[in-house]
Design a protein around this ligand. Structure first.
Ligand SMILES: O=C(CO)COP(=O)(O)O
Length: 210
């Protein structure tokens, strides 16, 4: 399973979380998505590092943008797109995917529900992630609260493009949650508060990947 820890804008120490992820022994692939400004420092720990977003632009007059080229240069291996807290227009998702692909970044496009998963899977990302917004940050795992949304997202993505991996997220914090997601057909999980808000991120990561 791919385990992507999104640090959002939580007030945690991104390098300490990355070092903790580096110390945890697991069969899963663990990656950390810090703030853009922290990508270089996190990547230096050796942990797989992801961006939370890249802009749908290339080099040019785009003040305030998050340029995919700069993100990749800083050490990112991939990027989230269209997170529920960073929604994009369909045309911008498409252009951000182009930017990511041009610079060698892997891509995960988030969506709220199976219909949206089908729509974004059609744009050809490496993976899609279903995250019901109402469960984000609640500590109630999507795999328990709404298992059908995960099953249906897997089916919807497979119908459009079986090459696209499917992840799920919201409320995931334990190894049981990760195992439940795998049983529902997910290839990975996205999570945030379970690690980023934990008093002991290393213990949280260990419990997650046990
Ligand atoms: O938004 C999420 C990951 O991108 C999920 O957040 P929580 O793990 O805090 O529910």
């Amino acid at each position: 399973m791919f385990v992507l820890v999104n640090l959002k804008a939580y007030p945690c120490d991104p390098v300490a979380v990355a070092q903790a992820a580096d110390r945890v022994t697991t069969e899963h692939d663990v990656a950390i998505a810090p703030q853009t400004a922290h990508i270089g420092a996190v990547a230096e720990t050796g942990v797989e590092t992801w961006a939370q977003h890249v802009s749908p632009v290339g080099h040019g007059s785009h003040t305030g943008s998050t340029l995919a080229e700069a993100t990749a240069d800083a050490g990112a291996a991939g990027t989230l797109l269209n997170h529920s807290e960073k929604r994009l227009k369909l045309a911008d998702i498409d252009a951000s995917l182009d930017a990511a692909e041009r610079t060698g970044l892997s891509t995960v496009v988030c969506a709220n529900n199976p219909d949206q998963i089908a729509a974004v899977a059609a744009l050809g990302p490496d993976a899609v992630a279903v995250e019901p917004p109402e469960l984000i940050g609640t500590g109630t795992p999507v795999s328990q609260a709404d298992p059908d949304i995960v099953r249906d997202a897997v089916a919807a993505a497979n119908e459009v493009d079986p090459e696209v991996d499917v992840y799920c997220g919201a409320g995931i914090s334990t190894g049981d949650d990760v195992a439940a997601a795998a049983e529902l057909g997910a290839d990975g999980v996205l999570l945030a508060s379970g690690v980023a808000k934990a008093d002991d991120p290393q213990a949280a990561l260990e419990s997650l990947v046990e």
